[in-house]
Design a protein around this ligand. Sequence first.
Ligand SMILES: Cc1cc2nc3c(=O)[nH]c(=O)nc-3n(C[C@H](O)[C@H](O)[C@H](O)COP(=O)(O)OP(=O)(O)OC[C@H]3O[C@@H](n4cnc5c(N)ncnc54)[C@H](O)[C@@H]3O)c2cc1C
Length: 477
Amino acid sequence: MIGIVWFKRDLRLEDHAALHAAAHGPVLPLYVVEPDYWRGADASWRQWAFTRGAVADLATRLPLVVRRGDAVAVLEALRARHGQVTLYSHEETGNLWTYARDRRVAAWARAQGVAWHQFPQHGVWRGMRDRDRWSGFQARLMQAVPIPVPALCFAEEPLGLLPDSPFPWAEDGVIRPQPAGRAAALGLLDGFLAGRGADYRRGMSSPLTAGRVCSRLSPHLALGTLSMREALARAGQGGAIPATATASLISRLHWHCHFIQKLESEPALECRAMHPLMETARRPTAPDDPLLAAWDEGRTGLPFLDACMLSLRATGWLNFRMRAMVMAVASYHLGLDWQAAGQVLARYFTDYEPGIHWPQVQMQSGATGINIPRIYNPVKQGLDQDPEGRFIARWLPELAALPPALRHTPWKAGGPAPVIDPAAAAREAKARLTAIRRDPQFEPLARAVYQRHGSRARSFRQDDPQPPPARQMTLQI
Ligand SMILES: Cc1cc2nc3c(=O)[nH]c(=O)nc-3n(C[C@H](O)[C@H](O)[C@H](O)COP(=O)(O)OP(=O)(O)OC[C@H]3O[C@@H](n4cnc5c(N)ncnc54)[C@H](O)[C@@H]3O)c2cc1C
């Protein structure tokens, strides 16, 4: 019987449990370009360009069958042509669209008597009931030896063509896109360990240095050109960089799984606040909201924030701290709905990974109820991370003529005032949040959120191991 191996966000041959399981018989490796997915509000041309590169690279390594259309229709056509088939894939923790699509595929498989074998991807536990046991599950999976590439024989099937684009979009202006494919992923990890990551801990927070010292593995991990287990195994061997840098990378690789587990356990986190009372803080934001547009287009008049957004739009990447800041300003200072702002960011991130993205968007917006809200001041962040205003001058050349300190506050040199006063907006946001957090229901509900999603590791400061009473929560303005 033919085994269809459905490649999704696992575009590699190495450490591929589904490919390994199917290898006892003829294999039909399949990639489906799904136009309805690419029409989603969180999808973009830059993500497609990277995906296309990774799929094309995979197609040089095995006779990949590429089809365009609805996954159920594609699978049914293959079943009709080949008779009884078995379906193999990794579990996908995607957005609500892929969740609904997988349910339709499961219904089709049941109706046609097709066995669908799905394997864990990363350290994510499908059907997890007890968060206390997650780290043991993740450790067992991640410490296992990566699965070698199996010997394969392939089923006869016309290969089909990989389309340039599944939608009629023009390029979205991304410059210097990250190279896709397996060799690029391995090159990044090796280069990081060989020396590029030496200043990782010191340089990761500033947008001036982060692009160089961070691993830049994120789009590869999002599409699985490198498995998490492979990345951890390779990082565990160390390199020429300080052990502290390697240890920091390894912690972040674990965070990757920790965050994705949240969305796996609660797919609705894409559209519903983790803490039920935080739903009341949401102000519906239309796509043409003027504040949303100003934030999106880097026109708020807050130079460091604008530079971060312009850099992200142009490159498809932003370091963690700046992602946290742009999200926090959108939610707190501008009062935008986190889902609307989160969709904008998702489209700009080449590395869009729903399982990290939506829990992070909620965390940086105060919607989880278990993380200490951080109301970043975008001017202070700029002065801390770009003291000479060089990043600002790069993305807003019209400010380059100002003395460095004034590049952060051009209104003090007679320039136009920003769309909000950061200090006043932060105070209002704090007052709104404090009112919600004073509700007697806030704390018990926060504890329930922690029970379901919170990290049990004391070293993991992003989730409070013991959420303090709501009124003791502090805000960093
Ligand atoms: C609002 C917001 C949205 C985000 N959306 C995404 C997203 O869609 N896709 C994505 O991959 N990351 C996302 N992140 C997390 C983080 O910013 C990126 O993983 C990181 O900047 C990617 O660069 P890198 O690969 O060089 O990271 P490195 O610092 O080199 O870290 C290595 C890997 O560890 C993981 N990692 C690092 N930081 C985090 C973190 N804070 N949480 C979870 N995993 C982490 C990533 O897989 C990353 O590739 C988001 C963060 C915020 C605040």
